[in-house]
Design a protein. Structure first.
Length: 84
């Protein structure tokens, strides 16, 4: 369980850092494009950054195109992590 919490905390910290969230509070319901103003390329870059930092490999690259919210992204990373 501790590994899961550590992994989740690392993921949250990376998202806060990469997205420049100043108050340190992630709104997992935030829409990547509409609320955060991210392009498809920026989303792909974010996923690649997280894969590298957390040593996660997302096999289904088409799943990246279907990401809508931060919560979708978190679930995708968790599903492809060996920590869970």
């Amino acid at each position: 369980m501790q590994n899961n919490q550590n992994f989740s905390q690392k993921l949250e910290n990376l998202l806060i850092q990469k997205l420049g969230i100043e108050d340190g509070h992630l709104n997992l319901q935030a829409h990547l494009q509409r609320d955060l103003g991210m392009s498809e390329i920026e989303i792909a870059d974010l996923v690649s950054f997280i894969e590298t930092e957390l040593k996660v490999n997302i096999d289904d690259k088409s799943a990246i195109a279907s990401l809508n919210t931060l919560e979708d992204l978190v679930h995708l990373i968790e599903e492809n992590s060996h920590e869970f």
